[in-house]
Design a protein around this ligand. Structure first.
Ligand code: AMP
Ligand code: MN
Ligand code: MN
Ligand code: MN
Length: 280
């Protein structure tokens, strides 16, 4: 049987629209068998996903997406096949969550000083217990008709170079990779897009395990480039929809970005080898 695996997705535990259960159901309906849950800075959605996957005969790959910074640029690192109960990982994610609250407060103050009527409480209500971020603030801006849509919210106010943005805590790539490795997982560079070769080489040298070669934000030329780079550097390949649902309006991506089961078995074999090398 041909099984499809999507290695990048978000639930409502970060900035996705759906509960882990609902997300798995949507993935299943689109022909996906294995789904990596890779919420930003949190693993809180994983227990529910694993429980739910049992009843609908799917496979969940525990993951997390960490934002890092190098030379003033933001890079996202996906931790896949992690032990989501690892204490070091959980403590670290908890400290990030607290820092995100402080940052969201600052962004909201920036918006207020631009004359926008918005409060921390209304954003916190949307974020609930998730690591609070710009997507939650964007949702309020859309809801209050301050902007026409999610993308305008980033363009006018929240984007990396837009007036209300505040930088997140600067997680270094080697630290992110170490954290992922210490929790038994593999570290992949997410949606690399246009990166200059020297920076990419630097990231690879930090001990990266693989690269997300195919993602909705990247055209075929990028996939070709990164496939070649994984080959030359003996890295693993990952593919994911990065599906969020809801305000991101990315429904057409689910089911279209996947690896075959044979690729997953290869990744699992490599992971097993890494684990046994660690013990030896
Ligand atoms: P944060 O973690 O709070 O910095 O928010 C990052 C998230 O905001 C990303 O994962 C995207 O979902 C979203 N985002 C960032 N920049 C943009 C943009 N220019 N347009 C749309 N969404 C964006
Ligand atoms: Mn997101
Ligand atoms: Mn990302
Ligand atoms: Mn993502």
């Amino acid at each position: 049987m041909f099984r499809k695996y999507d290695l990048h997705s978000h639930t409502k535990f970060s900035d996705g629209e759906y509960s882990p259960c609902k997300l798995l159901q949507i993935a299943k309906n689109r022909g996906i068998y294995g789904l990596a849950i890779t919420d930003h800075d949190t693993v809180d959605g994983i227990p529910e996903a694993i429980e739910c996957a049992k009843s609908i005969k799917m496979e969940v790959i525990p993951g997390v997406e960490l934002s890092t910074r190098l030379q003033g640029l933001e890079f996202h690192i996906l931790g896949l096949f992690i032990d989501y109960q690892n204490i070091e990982l959980l403590e670290f994610l908890n400290s990030l969550k607290n820092l995100r609250v402080e940052r969201a407060k600052k962004i909201i103050e920036n918006l207020q000083s631009l004359g926008i009527d918005i409060s921390f409480d209304e954003v916190a209500e949307i974020a609930k217990n998730s690591p609070i971020g710009r997507p939650h603030i964007a949702q309020i801006l859309v809801k209050k008709k301050i902007v026409t849509d999610f993308y305008q919210a980033f363009h006018k106010y929240l984007g990396d170079y837009a007036p209300a943005n505040e930088l997140k805590v600067e997680l270094q790539i080697p630290d992110a990779i170490k954290l992922i490795h210490n929790s038994g997982g593999l570290a992949f560079l997410a949606h690399p897009g246009r990166i200059d070769k020297p920076i990419l080489d630097e990231i690879i040298a930090f001990g990266l395990d693989g690269i997300e070669i195919c993602h909705p934000s990247m055209g075929k030329a990028f996939t070709k480039r990164y496939t070649e780079i994984t080959k030359t550097n003996n890295l693993l390949k990952s593919i994911g929809s990065d599906f969020h649902g809801g305000a991101k309006d990315d429904y057409d991506t689910m089911g279209k970005y996947f690896l075959a089961e044979s690729d997953i078995l290869y990744i699992k074999k490599k992971l097993k080898r890494k684990h046994s090398e660690k013990v030896a």
